[in-house]
Design a binder for this molecule. Structure first.
Ligand code: SF4
Length: 326
């Protein structure tokens, strides 16, 4: 029997290439070998975005278009929306009864996010409790593997502790999910900071070939390379972090010395990159345009997937309710 994987993304709208290489690409690989449940974490987005929900539905549609166009196949995995499966809320409530507040307060990302998002009032019950909702999302499907980066391991540990506590109190219902450690390449944006929608430095999966070319041309390079004749250093060049992803190794081996001895200019070097990027992204971008013509495409897909997810969730919740004797 295949191991079961559960993973979700908050609906942030159109995805950039950092999201793709950091998360989505792994999901696409996993769907062939695991029994995968991938969900839109729309209730999770309320933990920080509760004051402005106007864009959520649009963000969901844009994000799921990217998911499917770039390789998630609803015939191979279940793609659904968290809020269409109310069992997540039911299990969240039950788990919140048995989770000590101290476990949540010590969660390393809790204080970090409180500090980083100081423009928002996050002193809410829901924000403190988001690791409980996350635990509910995962164990509701009896997931055995969860794709995480090293920095997310503490979250998974809380999920494991909560599952263990439920099993200790009421009987063995939930497996403790194991980490599926994923390599997340640190992708830099146009300005050299981490690629992020909020910094306005992103290349989106849905950008046109022309938009991509324009953005790549504006990308920072080696700051010491002022004139065309100055030698450069790919290791400190921001654009080169994309060359490493998109160019075949034989091309990289040509560019590295050519940059160092100034026999290639940055414009030429970036044009080469753009060519490889647009070639690789062309097919999924065309798919995305095709799907986007049908305005009900994403809603229908999520409704179907949520129906399938609900069936699995209901069976697990029946076991949990029986164990709880309510
Ligand atoms: S030649 Fe290429 S690798 Fe070298 S600094 Fe310019 S863009 Fe970067």
């Amino acid at each position: 029997m295949k191991q079961r994987v559960v993973s979700g993304m908050r609906p942030t709208g159109k995805l950039h290439i950092g999201h793709y290489h950091g998360v989505l690409e792994n999901w696409v690989k996993m769907q062939d070998d695991y029994d995968c449940f991938f969900f839109v974490a729309d209730w999770h987005s309320l933990t920080t975005e509760y004051a402005d929900t106007a864009a959520i539905m649009e963000n969901i549609r844009e994000m799921v278009l990217d998911w499917v166009a770039f390789g998630l196949d609803p015939a191979k995995c279940i793609v659904f929306r968290q809020s269409l499966v109310p069992h997540h809320a039911e299990l969240n409530l039950i788990l919140s009864m048995i989770t000590p507040v101290s476990w949540l307060e010590r969660c390393p990302t809790y204080k970090e996010m409180l500090d980083n998002l100081d423009a928002k009032d996050l002193s809410t019950f829901g924000f403190l409790g988001y690791p409980v909702l996350m635990a509910a999302d995962i164990i509701l499907y009896k997931a055995t593997r969860v794709p995480v980066g090293h920095d997310q391991l503490p979250h998974l540990e809380i999920t494991r502790e909560i599952a263990r506590r439920f099993n200790y109190l009421y009987g063995n219902v939930f497996p403790e999910p194991e980490a599926y450690l994923t390599e997340t390449p640190k992708l830099l944006g146009l300005d050299g900071r981490k690629m992020s929608k909020s910094y306005g430095n992103s290349i989106y999966l849905s950008d046109t070939a022309e938009e991509t070319a324009k953005k790549v041309l504006s990308m920072m390079t080696d700051p010491q390379r002022v004139r065309r004749t100055d030698p450069g250093e790919p290791d400190v060049c921001v654009a080169f972090n994309l060359h490493r992803i998109y160019l075949p190794s034989v091309k990289l081996e040509e560019i590295i010395p050519a940059c160092r001895n100034a026999s290639i200019g940055c414009v030429e070097c970036k044009r080469l990159l753009t060519g490889y990027m647009n070639e690789r992204l062309a097919f999924p971008r065309a798919k995305r345009d095709e799907f986007a013509v049908n305005s009900g495409f994403v809603d229908d897909l999520l409704r179907d997937g949520s129906c399938q997810a609900s069936k699995v969730a209901e069976a697990v919740m029946t076991e949990a309710r029986t164990a709880l004797k309510i």
